[in-house]
Structures are given as structure tokens and as C-alpha cells.
Design a protein around this ligand. Structure first.
Ligand code: ZN
Length: 287
């Protein structure tokens, strides 16, 4: 009996002891915490990506995203990086890492209007809104994965809704400018009133670009029909869709409040949302 008792005791000590004496940092690593985002500007090799690499660093684009999304309490570290992608303009989330290709950032930079548009979108806002929407879409995928959020429906539409919802939580000035600029990024897809595409185009995981545009501006109008009322009066959002947008926004608001808000540090989020993120709006040049 004695040898058996000793061996059982040794086993118990081995099992309990091993966790009791584990370094405390290992246990803490899975406690959800805010400010768990790390950033990296991976230096590109090709000459055509050097300028955008410098612009991103000078404008502290990733630092801003790190601060804005620092309010989310994550169980593990999340890496945000800009990276060269062998000529492919892409962005994706995978296994705790959001990657944005310099090739995609270059496209966003080149789509920038030369001067303030007829809709009142400045070149700076156009880039900021497009970048923030693309980035936040990937953050949507990251949050669904890292926070274990179930997605009832297409995850690409859900990531779009997440990004739009985040934009709409900022102060009215930033929300209006970011949202209008993000919507403006679809301009090229909306120029022709009629389009012809192969049926297979509708098989993509992402909704067709015009649908993504209408979903975005519908949520905005549903969130604040005064701030975004001109989307309807100017004819961007058809009235048939507009009348249901308040309910559509309400559904996303309910999903966010139920599934994601419990993972947000409220004090940090309030500071982030009350800060002015865009440069002061330039006054229109007198003619
Ligand atoms: Zn996506």
C-alpha cells in the first residue's frame, strides 16, 4: 500500500503543483484586457511602395488605430501590420493578425480627389474615411474571432456593419465626415446607372459593391436621419429603402450592445469617441 499511496500522492502533487507554481503571467495572459494591440510597419522592398510606407508612418496611421481600438478587452494580443503583398491589393484578418497591403493603401491614396468634391469631401477626409472603413472591416473579423461572437449570416456583411457602426459612434462631425468619405470610396461603382456583370459575380462572399454602399448609407441614415438626411433628399438613398433604415440600424445596435459592448472598456471608449480624430474642417475657399 505504501508505495501505491506515495505514487498517488506524487501524481497529485505533480498535477496540482504544476498549476499552483505556474508563472502568474501565464494565467493572466488569457484575462481579457484593453490596450492589447501591437503594431508593425513592415518595410517594403519594392520602390513603388516606399512612399506609402513613409506616409503611413508619418501620419501615425497604425498608432491611431491602436488607440481607437485599445478600448476592446482582448484575451490575447492582436497585431496590426502594414505589409507588402507581391503586387496584390488586399487586406485580411487571420489568427490574431490584421494585415493591410501597401498595394491596397496605394490604391486608396491614388483614389483621393485632387480637391474638395462637390459633396464637400476633402482629399484628407477621403483617404481617412476609406482607410478607416477598410481597416475597421478587418477589425470586425478580428473581434468576431477573438471575442467568440457568433455571426448569424454573411460574415462579410457583418464586418461591414461593424465598421459602419463604429464610425457612427464618433462625435457628429467626425462621424459625418468619415462616413461620407467611406461612402465616396464606392463612387466608381456607382457612376453608371446600369451595369452588366456575369451572374457568377454574385457568388462572391462580399456583397456587390453597390449593395455594400447602400447598406452603409442606410445604417447612417437609420442612426441619425438629420445628420444624414441629405442622403435621401439628394437621391443617394432611395426612399423605398430609407423608410426601413431605422429598424436596420436598431438591429445592428442591438447586436453590438449584446455581443460586443460587454468586451469594451467604457472609460477608454468614451475618451476615444470624444476626441477629434480628423483635422479641423477647412473652410470653403471663397470664389
Ligand atoms: Zn472581410
Amino acid at each position: 500500500m505504501r508505495p501505491l499511496k506515495h505514487s498517488v500522492l506524487a501524481l497529485v502533487v505533480a498535477i496540482i503543483g504544476s498549476s499552483a507554481f505556474a508563472p502568474p503571467t501565464l494565467a493572466a495572459a488569457n484575462d481579457p484586457q484593453p490596450n492589447r494591440i501591437r503594431i508593425e510597419y513592415v518595410a517594403p522592398k519594392s520602390p513603388e511602395n516606399q512612399e506609402i510606407y513613409q506616409i503611413m508612418k508619418e501620419r501615425r496611421a497604425l498608432e491611431k488605430m491602436q488607440e481607437i481600438y485599445g478600448a476592446f478587452k482582448l484575451p490575447n494580443e492582436l497585431l496590426l501590420r502594414t505589409v507588402e503583398c507581391d503586387g496584390v491589393a488586399n487586406a485580411w484578418y487571420q489568427s490574431g493578425r490584421v494585415s493591410l497591403c501597401y498595394e491596397l493603401l496605394n490604391q486608396i491614396w491614388k483614389l483621393m480627389p485632387k480637391e474638395t468634391t462637390a459633396e464637400g469631401i476633402t482629399p484628407t477626409d477621403a483617404v481617412a474615411g476609406h482607410f478607416f472603413f477598410v481597416f475597421s472591416h478587418e477589425m470586425g473579423h478580428a473581434m468576431f474571432d477573438m471575442l467568440g461572437v457568433p455571426v448569424f449570416g454573411g460574415s462579410e456583411d457583418a464586418a461591414d456593419n461593424f465598421a459602419t457602426y463604429i464610425i457612427l459612434q464618433f462625435g457628429k462631425d467626425d462621424a459625418r465626415r468619415l462616413l461620407a468619405a467611406a461612402a465616396y470610396s464606392y463612387k466608381n461603382y456607382l457612376m453608371n446607372p446600369k451595369v452588366t456583370v456575369p451572374v457568377s459575380a454574385f457568388s462572391d462572399m462580399h456583397s456587390p459593391p453597390p449593395t455594400r454602399f447602400y447598406n452603409m448609407i442606410c445604417l447612417a441614415y437609420g442612426a441619425d436621419s438629420n445628420l444624414f438626411g441629405d442622403f435621401v433628399t439628394k437621391g443617394y438613398l432611395p426612399e423605398m429603402r430609407a423608410k426601413d433604415c431605422r429598424r436596420e440600424y436598431g438591429e445592428v445596435h442591438y447586436a453590438f450592445n449584446t455581443l460586443i459592448l460587454p468586451h469594451v472598456d467604457k472609460a477608454i471608449a468614451q475618451k476615444v469617441l470624444h476626441k477629434d480624430w480628423l483635422p479641423e474642417a477647412a473652410r470653403p475657399t471663397p470664389r
